[in-house]
Unconditional design. Structure first.
Length: 175
């Protein structure tokens, strides 16, 4: 579980809006990724780091905004993929907020509680049972997001694929 926690933290940073925080963490990310034993996750993260190094920050930001902010099919808000803009989404967001609060996790972000990088940050610190519960609940949404990003030939697809692979292994759904 220790390596999974590191992976969740790395993916949280890599899937967040690219900015100074990502640039400042670049060397640390490389060290963590190089130390991973999970070959699929390691390869997909290393591929993205190479893309990150070869792409100007402004281009990364433009791609991120196009993919995740302007395209509902690939947005990073997990409850949106389940509920759309229905009342059910409000309940799902409230339940997730309550889970964070009940486990002592303080939201230090202005993002909604279902924002994938925020969920990953939480998964990097929560207990194994809570982690499994969240991964099970959002498994189909994460794998669906990975498929849609692959269809668009996005550089981010590998990161979400890595998450989906790890989630399936941790929840016993892996092949």
């Amino acid at each position: 579980m220790a390596e999974a926690r590191s992976v969740f933290k790395v993916l949280s940073l890599l899937l967040d809006y690219p900015g100074e925080r990502l640039i400042e963490a670049r060397e640390e990310l490389d060290d963590i990724i190089n130390g991973l034993s999970h070959s699929i996750v390691k390869a997909k993260c290393a591929y993205f780091l190479a893309y990150l190094d070869a792409t100007p920050l402004l281009r990364l930001q433009e791609e991120y905004t196009r993919l995740f902010d302007f395209n509902p099919a690939t947005c990073l808000n997990l409850t949106f993929h389940e509920c759309g803009e229905s009342k059910g989404r409000g309940f799902a967001l409230a339940n997730l907020s309550r889970l964070y609060k009940d486990t002592g996790y303080e939201l230090a972000s202005r993002e909604l509680p279902d924002y994938l990088p925020l969920v990953l940050e939480f998964l990097s610190v929560c207990n194994g049972g809570t982690c499994a519960k969240i991964l099970t609940q959002y498994d189909s949404h994460i794998s669906g997001l990975a498929s849609r990003l692959l269809e668009q030939e996005s550089s981010y697809a590998g990161l979400v694929e890595a998450l989906s692979t790890l989630a399936r292994e941790l929840t016993g759904k892996g092949d």
